[in-house]
Design a protein around this ligand. Structure first.
Ligand code: ADP
Length: 320
């Protein structure tokens, strides 16, 4: 497909975000119902910036599921890969904003609809149209979604898509840290593009360092691009031919939720137009400057999807 399509696979949920930081949700004077879920955030980030994107996942046939499907459509995301589970409810996340601006999560998933997506429910025609197929690791944790996830990756790869992986570690969701590490790394070699945060890099390598030597432990010959996001410091990039870092922009950080997803969405939306940045360092640095700007803007407002930038906001920060 000449225009290029990103298909983003995985969970979509509602984040309950307190209106103030430094206290738990139960102690807050109020809360926002913010739609989120990393793969859904990425899909909307792509679409809001003007790229073509489809979301593939399962929602509950309840008020939250209907609300989320409407949000996808309102943002211009193709929802033809979304299925509904009549029995299970949509996933929910209860967020605590720590005083330092970082966030902590508690999840309703026992099981939530996203975990019940089956192989048979996959829209294979949609997956085969992807130029980039993006996914996280939360959908790997339990069956039947795990098999659906692995099948979708296989079909996308066979059809010639680039595979993009953001492990999006939410440690409390796994039975143990060791299992999280093992499961996240078990699909490492299939990806063409991987983005990790500094925290994930340290977790996956068992270090407290984001030095190049440490990042290189996550390098594989099968990779085309490895990215490490560093919050306000921007990001580092590694390809087989070159590596370096790109600084971010100075903004007033309010809530970092969704920053990494905005960063990935900005990147993938450009990659479906032109893959040459994967071989051309100058182009890649330009692209990562754009991705940093999109991540930075997302930290200036509460919630994930509500704060994802459009193209004019991104341009304004880059030119300002
Ligand atoms: P994650 O959301 O995965 O933890 P980060 O917090 O590292 O990811 O943020 C992703 C990207 O967003 C960063 O690489 C950077 O470009 C941008 N970003 C995040 N926080 C800030 C900040 N305070 N100021 C400027 N840019 C930021």
């Amino acid at each position: 497909d000449a225009a290029g399509l990103v298909v983003s696979f995985g969970e979509m949920l509602i984040d309950f975000v307190p209106t103030v930081s430094g206290v738990s949700l139960a102690e807050a004077p109020g809360f926002l119902k913010a739609p989120g879920g990393a793969p859904a955030n990425v899909a909307i980030a792509v679409a809001r910036l003007g790229g073509r994107c489809a979301f593939l996942g399962k929602l509950g046939e309840d008020e939250f599921g209907r609300m989320l499907a409407a949000i996808l459509r309102d943002n211009g995301v193709d929802d033809s890969g979304v299925t509904f589970d009549a029995g299970a409810r949509t996933a929910l996340a209860f967020v605590t904003l720590r005083a330092d601006g970082e966030r902590e999560f508690m999840f309703y998933r026992n099981p939530s609809a996203d975990m019940l997506l089956t192989e048979a429910e996959l829209n294979l025609d949609l997956i085969r149209k992807a130029k980039v197929f993006h996914y996280g690791s939360i959908s790997l944790i339990t069956e039947p979604c795990r098999s659906a996830h692995l099948k979708a990756m296989e079909v996308a790869k066979e059809a010639g898509a680039l595979l993009s992986y953001d492990p999006n570690l939410r440690l409390p969701l796994w039975p143990s840290a060791a299992e999280a590490r093992e499961q996240i790394l078990s699909i490492w070699d299939a990806a063409d593009i991987i983005k990790v945060s500094d925290v994930e890099l340290e977790f996956l390598t068992g270090t407290d360092s984001v030095e190049d030597e440490v990042a290189m432990r996550l390098w594989r010959p099968s990779l085309k691009l490895l990215l490490v996001t560093l919050g306000e410091k921007g990001c580092k990039y590694y390809t087989k031919d070159f590596h370096g870092s790109v600084e971010s922009f100075t903004v007033k950080q309010v809530d970092t939720t969704g920053a990494g997803d905005a960063f990935v969405g900005a990147l993938l939306g450009k990659i479906i137009e032109d893959q040459s940045a994967l071989q051309d360092e100058k182009k890649l640095r330009e692209l990562l400057r754009f991705a940093n700007a999109c991540g930075a803007i997302t930290t200036t407002k509460k919630g994930a999807i509500p704060s994802l930038p459009n193209i004019s906001e991104a341009m304004q920060l880059m030119e300002g």
